[in-house]
Design a protein around this ligand. Sequence first.
Ligand SMILES: Nc1nc2c(ncn2[C@@H]2O[C@H](COP(=O)(O)O[C@H]3[C@@H](O)[C@H](n4cnc5c(=O)[nH]c(N)nc54)O[C@@H]3COP(=O)(O)O)[C@@H](O)[C@H]2O)c(=O)[nH]1
Length: 747
Amino acid sequence: MNSFTSRALFPVISQGNEPSLQPETCMSLEDPVVEIAALRARLAQTQQQLQEAQRQLHEQARVFQAMEDLARAGYWWRIRGDHSSGSYWSPGLCHLAGFPEQEWVSCQQGRSGILPDDWSAFQDAVARMDGRDMEYRWRRPDGQVRRLRTRMCLHQTQEGTVMELGVVLDVTQGHQVAAQLREQLDFIQRIASSIPGFIYQYRIRPDGSTCIPYISDAVQELLGVSAQTVMHDLAQIEARVDASDLQRMRLTLQRAAHDLQPWQSEYRVHADDGTIRWHMTSAVPQMESDGSVLLHGYTLDMTERKRAEEEIERLAFYDALTGLPNRRLLLNRLEHTIAVCLRKQQRGALLFIDLDNFKDLNDTQGHDIGDLLLTQVAQRLVAVVRDADTVARFGGDEFVVMLDGLCADVSTATAQAETVAEKLLRALNTPYTLGAAPHYSTPSIGITLFGDERHSVDELLKRADLAMYQAKAAGRNTQRLFDPSMQAALLARSSLEADLRLGLERGELFVQYQPVVNHRGQILGAEALARWRHPERGMISPADFIPLAEQTGLILPLGRHVLRTACLQLVEWADDPQAAHLSVAVNVSARQFRQPGFVAEVLEILAETGANPRRLKVELTESMLLGDLECTIDRMEQLQHEGVGFALDDFGTGYSSLSYLKRLPLDQVKIDQSFVRDVLTDPNDAAIVRTILALAQSLDLVAVAEGVETTGQMGFLRLHGCEQFQGYLFGRPGSAQALQALLHAQP
Ligand SMILES: Nc1nc2c(ncn2[C@@H]2O[C@H](COP(=O)(O)O[C@H]3[C@@H](O)[C@H](n4cnc5c(=O)[nH]c(N)nc54)O[C@@H]3COP(=O)(O)O)[C@@H](O)[C@H]2O)c(=O)[nH]1
């Protein structure tokens, strides 16, 4: 048994030993009985005190043990050099080691759990006894391996005994946490190195100072600066951010940190090679105990995505030819601007611009030249208006300029819009360089204001469009402001369109025939002219409904109806010996002629009705010939092959060149009535008519004069070689029966 017991070190810790009597408790032995009684009393008292002390000690030991358990710690000691007795192990240390509670542990047992790899380090620490930390692994009897941290030192008691003692702490959990953290960090770093960007932590301290506690290495790739440099000097990042984005970035970051809301920002950075890249950063803020805000975030290079987005936006919202906003973007902006104008009590204006005769340029010079003109027009429009205004290509040769921020006063706003329109007119009137020779083009501009009452975008565009048509009607190359009477016209037009649709279904449209005569006044044929008797409105002029039918596509069923009626009429005349020689001319509109099934449709009607194709003449207008000439010739030739003849209507008003005329399989040219009307009074018209007649002769075409109302006109035309005539002088358009009656009345 060890003579150096725990009691000797810590006298209060006594286990079952008799308490020693204190010197003051000793008395003189005068009356042995009394003294023995006194001694017994004293002894009892001392025993009581001793029991109390033991109880307290026991309690302290329990508390101490509880604290050891709480701290996952224990201690040991032994007399230096005394290898036989082993070491005293505290209960806490026994628990850590996985031993049952025992005071004395042999040297061998006390080292039994140390893993072989840690054995030498442990031995060194024992040899040093210098109080430094050392860690070793301990395998408990149940197989569990714990990480223990110990400090050992020498201690000399008052009696001069040298003791070795040590404290032991179970740091397994700390190691596990550290390992987990390492794993997490590894994981984060693996992710960080695999994502196309860098991750970071950004701290904003309560005093406003900032730092970057962590940033992944990929910052080097994205910003050309090392993670170490950035963590040391945050300004390195800001120095690379585009100045115009920096302020916004700082502001949104501060706001997000203040509100503890996620932060996201897109900004441009200047790469070292001078290129500009787009970065997107996202971070989540977290409040720290000292009031700092720590943001955990990542930054990506989104240049390619941005480019793709821009490209998509460009394709979706911009016109590919001119680069101007397209119809969709204009509509978006218009909607927004209308709302802003209403809120700010300002006015805006829409200027609808259509290029005069653009189609002719396109048809005659080709689409490349047409495109060139459109591009130059776009540039000029942009140059005239302010940056805040929108110039959009609406489609084809139509452009729309949207002006905002005009004066609230209507007349001032009108004047402002008209001034801009004037400038646009001047700019677009300047000659264009499209080829060798300068090209002249003019626009027609319709204006409408907005901002006083809520009009839909559609409504405003209709108004501007309508005003533009008024500008066209006023002779082109001018501007017109929308006024409500135009609106009435628009409504009237819509209702006429609906009526025409219905009229076609109800058979309200019919055909009249106007005679065509030779120089002797003998009827050679007739022109079939469509007529519309409206149940309420009465007779409606073709001059009103034909253009409408062309715009709406109703010309297709209408044209078919006229053609079929005229063919049926030919069949009827074929049975009348006096009328059997008559031919009929049918007007065919451009839209009708250009529809892919036109030739088949004509042939089908001829076959169905049994009309003689040689008695049918198709009247085409000059402007129709400007399109795809080869296709036109091809169609004409297909029909000509079947015997159908062709007349060129309104000759002289269009743009036909001689080379065109020579190539077309024509039989007749019809001199427009506008030249015939003043042929006796206007030397220009007379010259034109003479030229047309000479031309027809040289091309071996029959010339038919239209709108002949007087014998004087007839005389002039005959004198210059005209062979056929049409006009009120010989007969107004009328029914087939009326024409037959005229025929029968002829000598
Ligand atoms: N595509 C189609 N167009 C058609 C069809 N039917 C008619 N039209 C075109 O409508 C325009 C107006 O036609 P309309 O009011 O019938 O006028 C024609 C004649 O009535 C008129 N005319 C004839 N002689 C005289 C005259 O002596 N004086 C005078 N002031 N007017 C006269 O001229 C018109 C014939 O024109 P045109 O066709 O150019 O020969 C008109 O452009 C028609 O073409 C149809 O079915 N389809």
